[in-house]
Design a protein around this ligand. Structure first.
Ligand code: SF4
Length: 269
């Protein structure tokens, strides 16, 4: 189970991975301008209470997937972000997970009591190609965040992150790969995914192949895969990896170490 909390909507494109942004594609169907960032009616969802005075969103509702129709660090949301952080602090009993392409804006309006990071906040940085990995990861991996993941989605080429995971591997919860969906989807090559998996195995970092995308190359063959089958086909590859030591900790020692269920999630990023 999970909960979605889209507290603001709209975004501006910042890099190659944004070209076929899901938010833009969906808004276009309704003639809506996705570049205008607006607060949504769900802004205060985590702190809403029912008639009994109890929070409507319960811990058993699962991970709160946050800000999936925008970027949490978008400059047009700077003022609102203060309240967003405050709600996450108030709901320490919930786990919040979001994805960003703007790690360089992390410090803007960060709460004073952030310290080494709220225990219930998991942030994932998108690096769709080598250029963005080299640009974003040196910033992202130095940030005080307790739960960090890296996602190559849409994966647009081979990406070497060895130097990063060699240094920061123990602080990375997961590296995830996935292709692109939609009619204009760019190709994802299985060789790139496999190469990332091998890097993760070498440095003992958890790895997850999330979905193939619509145009998936394996060997010399290109497969056109319907949306409904993209996660299934990725799972069939059976290349996910969890270092035994982390598995043991997750199972027996460290209940705070929680991996969001990315298997069920359709990221717009
Ligand atoms: S892909 Fe993400 S960062 Fe890019 S425009 Fe869409 S929501 Fe914004």
């Amino acid at each position: 189970m999970s909960t979605t909390w889209n507290l603001w909507h709209g975004c501006t494109k910042v890099s190659a991975g944004c070209r076929n942004c899901y938010v833009y594609r969906r808004d276009a169907e309704f003639g809506k301008d996705s570049s205008i960032v607006t607060k949504t009616k769900a802004f205060d969802l985590p702190i809403r209470k029912d008639r009994k005075g109890e929070y409507k969103v319960k811990p058993e509702d699962g991970v709160v997937y946050t800000c999936f129709t925008s970027d949490f660090f978008h400059p047009d949301a700077d003022e609102w972000r203060k309240d967003a952080w405050a709600m996450m602090r108030t709901r320490a009993d919930l786990d919040f997970f979001f994805v960003t392409k703007r790690p360089e804006r992390f410090h803007v309006n960060l709460p004073e009591d952030w310290g080494e990071g709220y225990k219930n906040v998991h942030i994932c940085c998108t690096c769709e190609n080598q250029y963005m990995a080299d640009k974003r990861l040196p910033i992202f991996l130095e940030l005080p965040i307790r739960h960090k993941s890296i996602i190559h989605e849409p994966m647009l080429g081979p990406i070497i992150i060895e130097r990063f995971i060699e240094k920061y591997g123990k602080e990375i919860d997961q590296v995830v790969c996935g292709g692109e969906s939609g009619e204009e989807a760019r190709l994802c090559d299985y060789a790139w995914v496999m190469d990332t998996m091998c890097q993760c195995v070498k440095y003992e970092v958890p790895f997850h192949f999330k979905q193939t995308g619509a145009n998936f190359k394996r060997g010399e063959q290109v497969y056109h895969i319907p949306r409904k089958d993209q996660q299934i086909q990725a799972a069939k590859a059976k290349i996910d990896y969890m270092p035994p030591e982390r598995l043991r900790k997750e199972l027996y020692e460290n209940e705070e170490q929680r991996y969001p269920d990315l298997y069920q999630l359709s990221l717009p990023l």
